[in-house]
Design a protein around this ligand. Sequence first.
Ligand SMILES: *Cc1c(COP(=O)(O)O)cnc(C)c1O
Length: 379
Amino acid sequence: MSEGPKHRVETLAIHGGAGIDDATGAVTPPIHLSTTFVRGADGSYPKGFVYTRSDNPNRSALERLLAALEGGAAAAAFSSGSAAAGAVFRSLEPGDHVIVPVDMYHGIRKLLHGAYIPWGLELSTVDLTDLGALETALRPNTRLVWVETPSNPRLEITDIAAVAELAGSYGVRVVCDGTWSPPDLQPSLVLGADLVVHASTKYLSGHSDVLGGVVVSRKEDRFFERVRFLQQNEGAVPSPFDCWLTMRGIKTLPYRMRGHCANAQRVATFLAEHPSVECVHYPGLIDHPGHEIARRQMKAYGGMLSFEVRGGEEAAMGVAAKLGLITRATSLGGVESLIEHRASIEGPESLTPRNLLRLSVGLEHPEDLLADLEQALAG
Ligand SMILES: *Cc1c(COP(=O)(O)O)cnc(C)c1O
């Protein structure tokens, strides 16, 4: 896209990555499957590409787009959200101390315990909604605070600006897993995070057909160079086709998010009033403990919610079993609504309540979603 006035997110989502293809005039970008690129007679690389593990036209277009959408200086795309998170943790040094929240995506907690603590990281798990607790947990060797907001699966809201200010005053980097609040729902970098990580598997690609992740950095600093080094030299990168699919998904991201947010608000309100539901976790509800912070730092409250069913695990499983339109499956952020009993997928160490169901509210008509939930909750 040519330099010009700063475009708004709907425009960037469509035009922020690749323009018209110079070689063919194609409006939709071609997919560059070639793993290798020709050298000039003088040994140079006239188009800037060498080998697809290091860089590829589809990947660099996706990275430009993601950096533009987040307002970052640079982005590195990975083959999964977990690979993106892994590159961030391994850009630290053995002996460094990391702080993570109590409620977070269980897969990243599993990686920390199974790989990065054995590798040498020190870890503290802290309630990041409590700034006093964060300050107490900081050590001389603390190098990174990992924030996830809204969190998976309990929708806890962390005040990114407040955490960034406190951590920043100790020279500690803040990374936000923004998977549940894709651009431009929450401007994590503008709020003060140094890096934002997304599982592009979810809302960014948006159609449950691509696995991917990204790290976007506010600055092209030494730390980001290390993330880039791991990406290019280990090669946990998305294929050209996956990059292309993710870019296609992003074109409709701002409009999809409006639908997800509106539907989730409807569903959350319905569930909050239902006698078979003990409680609903959704930051768009006025009595959610993080509502005020979410109102300040998010443009809307997202498409994810969870709720606790009266009668314990068996009742929750019973509700999930009776749903017809809403599909029982893991993952989230696609156009179709998905429901999941989290505790049973998270394993024996799970802190998630046994009666909790997590719902990724899709883009079906909200009345159809409410009707499906109504019949399932009726028992
Ligand atoms: C899904 C998810 C991830 C991991 O992404 P993968 O692409 O499955 O590796 C990380 N963080 C959050 C919040 C997620 O929901």
